[in-house]
Write a protein that binds this ligand. Structure first.
Ligand code: PLP
Length: 417
């Protein structure tokens, strides 16, 4: 353990295998479910007519991303899960962030008697009515606030504005200017902080707590966010089934997920494990300058340790991953469920970005590129069981489609140098 922490303190890359991983079959029978994935999936289905009404580009009202085959070799088949191209907000945050705000809208409207949904019988109104002007008027009495490095703010801002909530996004210094500009153009209040993400979240939380009409989306502790992300496991299974791809102990699946505070990759990893069971191995990718989840898990201190405690700065080009302290909820959940963590030097992100663009035409943002680094370790046999030609690899591309064209070109050119 000291070895890994020394390396992290020197900004060196690590690949760590979780010694406390418990295979699903060995999980104690009485292990409590963290969230109810069926409930979350059903809620998203109820909202499909509303999503279709407000965002006609989402034809079936289900916010989902393509699973794209990249290549095959003796290590198996490689897929890119393009959450970079999720509708509405172009990042993985369109899963958890949108889910939490929809759930809030449902709860408020049902309590006020403006929407009928009977959880016992499953009976409900057509949720498209939530887009009526009277409903927007009703929702405008309520506020939503969130602290974010950027993409969560985009998701929460866009969906809250569509529903009619008054929304404030507290953004850390790492957030890109275009993300702030885009939110302001949609009528979202953006408060900027000179400090890091943790400070932005703390301030947002304080302001929201002082106001009973304000709902704070708590990226560090929210079970609703986690539930929204967890539905991804079901969706991935449907996509693999449609391709005739089996996942089990014989046909293993390795999943590579970029990690910031941990909510998104944690929820997705949880949902994948619950959906597929045996034969699935999830790994988190973090920048060498902000390996908060690796540090929390390796030290065993979870969220009671931050990267600053080992003297590192938390500053990274991977803006979506610029987080110094992991979510306690997620760190705890991952202690026995995650297969491992690896860290990536920022300098590698842009060449990965340009390489993917050249080989497939697909653009993903620097944060999302961290996932690629995991292939090196797994395909070189650093982990057992090692992959073979029956395996599949899923590289979770967490964001990129909303990046303005000039920025895309600048990132690409940097990668070509
Ligand atoms: C938010 C984000 C992540 C990580 O999600 P966390 O919930 O912060 O761990 C990864 N990649 C991108 C592009 C993101 O926006």
């Amino acid at each position: 353990m000291a070895d890994y922490i020394d390396k992290m303190a020197n900004y060196e890359e690590i690949f760590w295998i979780n010694p406390d991983f418990v295979p699903p079959a060995e999980e104690p029978q009485n292990t409590e479910k963290i969230v109810d994935i069926d409930d979350a999936e059903a809620r998203l289905a109820r909202f499909a007519p509303f999503i279709r009404r407000m965002f006609p580009e989402v034809e079936d009202g289900i916010i989902e991303s393509p699973l794209t085959a990249l290549k095959s070799n003796e290590d198996g088949r490689f897929f890119l899960k393009q959450d970079s191209h999720l509708p509405i907000s172009g990042s993985i945050k369109a899963r958890g962030g949108i889910y939490e705000v929809l759930k809030l809208a449902e709860t408020l409207a049902v309590e006020a008697g403006l929407l009928h949904w009977n959880p016992d019988t499953g009976e409900h109104d057509d949720y498209a009515k939530l887009g009526d002007p009277e409903m927007k008027e009703f929702f405008s009495k309520y506020k939503v606030a969130v602290g974010s490095t950027g993409n969560l703010g985009l998701s929460i801002g866009i969906i809250s504005a569509a529903i009619g909530f008054e929304v404030t996004v507290h953004m850390s210094a790492d957030a890109r200017q275009w993300k702030k500009d885009m939110l302001r153009s949609k009528g979202v209040t953006v408060v900027e902080y000179p400090d890091d993400y943790e400070a932005a979240v703390a301030q947002g939380r304080r302001e929201a707590q002082a106001d009973p009409t304000c709902h704070f989306v708590d990226d560090e502790n929210s079970l609703d966010l986690f539930a929204g992300y967890s539905v991804a496991g079901r969706r991935l299974k449907k996509q693999l089934d449609a391709l005739g791809v089996t996942v089990d102990e014989e046909h293993r699946m390795y999943v590579y997920l970029p990690c910031g505070v941990g909510g998104a990759p944690g929820g997705v990893a949880y949902g994948i494990r619950e959906t597929f069971g045996e034969g699935v191995y999830c790994f988190f990718a973090e920048p060498t300058h902000a390996p908060c989840m690796a540090l929390g898990l390796i030290s065993g201190k979870l969220n009671s340790i931050a990267v600053g405690d080992i003297g590192i700065d938390g500053k990274t080009e991977a803006d979506g991953l610029a987080v110094g302290r992991p979510s306690g909820l997620v760190a705890k959940a991952m202690q026995t469920r995650l297969s491992g963590c690896f860290t990536v030097d920022d300098a590698k992100l842009y060449p990965y970005l340009a390489g993917l663009k050249d080989s497939t035409g697909i653009f993903i943002e620097p944060s999302a590129c961290a996932a690629f680094e995991g292939l090196k370790y797994i395909c070189d046999g650093a982990f057992a069981p090692a992959p073979d030609e029956k395996s599949i690899h899923v590289i979770w591309a967490t964001g990129g489609n909303m990046v303005p064209e000039e920025e895309k070109i600048a990132y690409y050119e940097r990668g070509k140098k």
